[in-house]
Ligand binder design. Sequence first.
Ligand SMILES: Cc1cc2nc3c(=O)[nH]c(=O)nc-3n(C[C@H](O)[C@H](O)[C@H](O)COP(=O)(O)OP(=O)(O)OC[C@H]3O[C@@H](n4cnc5c(N)ncnc54)[C@H](O)[C@@H]3O)c2cc1C
Length: 355
Amino acid sequence: MYDYYDIAIIGGGPAGATFARELALSCPQKRIVLIDEKPRTGSKVCGGLLAPDAQKVLAQFNIDLPKSILADPQIFDVKTIDLASGITRNYQRHYLNMDRASFDEWLLSLIPDCVDVIRGRCHSLAYRSPGEVCVEVEENGEKFEFFTNMIVGADGGASIVRRTFFDSPTKLYISIQEHFKDDGGDMPSYSCIYDPETSDSCSWTIRKDGYVIFGGAFDIKGGRDAYFKQKARVESFLGHSFGEAVKIEACLLTSPRKASDFISGKDGVFLIGEAAGLISASSFEGISSAFLSGKYLADAFASNSEPNRILNYYKRKTAKLRLKLLFKIPKMKVLCSPFLRKIIMKSGICSIKKY
Ligand SMILES: Cc1cc2nc3c(=O)[nH]c(=O)nc-3n(C[C@H](O)[C@H](O)[C@H](O)COP(=O)(O)OP(=O)(O)OC[C@H]3O[C@@H](n4cnc5c(N)ncnc54)[C@H](O)[C@@H]3O)c2cc1C
């Protein structure tokens, strides 16, 4: 542990771990520190589904996924349930069902030893002098600080880096998930649920290693009440009770609504992954964008040393990704419109027939 680092990364999820790994491989001489707080619930609140886009990026990295990260069962379709119209449809999907905690630990294990990894919480960040940031960290109840002139915010939807350095709030939901013992009933292995009475977004059920997860995205105000109301409505629709919850967890979830919700950085402070707003507004798939933005920022650091040049390079490299995510916003609006969704689901377009 040093008093000064060239680069401090806040957050060690898919974005931070990828950035740290790729940068350490291309610039092993740089002093890099990564600070990651383990979430209080033990793992990131997440569906833990690895989408084809994220699988493709792992292939581009030449990285194979160990079997130990996979969860049971693997799923081939999503049952979409529209509580407003009562229509259900199944659509083919190509996700890998994973244990998210094991996935994050595995990504951290790929970071070369030359990076200092601190399992602690970043409490505050403040400029001490132009271009020099003081980072205050708490690890095992002890507080300490160090200095850096480059900060990378990879700290997800509730990013302290984004809140400290950028005055640009984005739409946030509260995401609540409960875990129930899987009683082997006829609960769909994976479902996507729309219920405009309780949320303007979507919810899901996922079977995972002997548990059924029910979670959803809700307005922050009144989110808890809306969650429990929706849970009762889903149970009544499916004719099946989830039973007693063994775990409840919650986190903030980013839902970009406009181009300015994607922030790349300024003055030696950079954002990657969900902290940068890089997540699909329509499906909440964010792991592929976390991987890509981490890699692109590492490339930017490897080919430039001056903060503005790094930023310009990073912006250029992420332009296509930001454009792709921008197009997910109208898609989300269509899917979350009860009228349009009903037309699409009624038509049966792209759905698969269950025998
Ligand atoms: C309920 C839910 C379900 C989702 N399901 C899926 C899915 O199935 N598939 C998919 O692709 N995407 C999914 N997403 C999105 C996906 O989880 C994120 O987009 C992705 O994890 C972003 O990666 P990241 O590295 O940017 O941030 P994160 O994965 O959020 O990682 C941030 C890390 O920073 C740490 N951290 C935060 N603040 C601090 C601090 N102050 N000090 C130290 N450390 C800190 C956190 O503990 C965490 O380890 C889901 C999101 C939610 C909320």
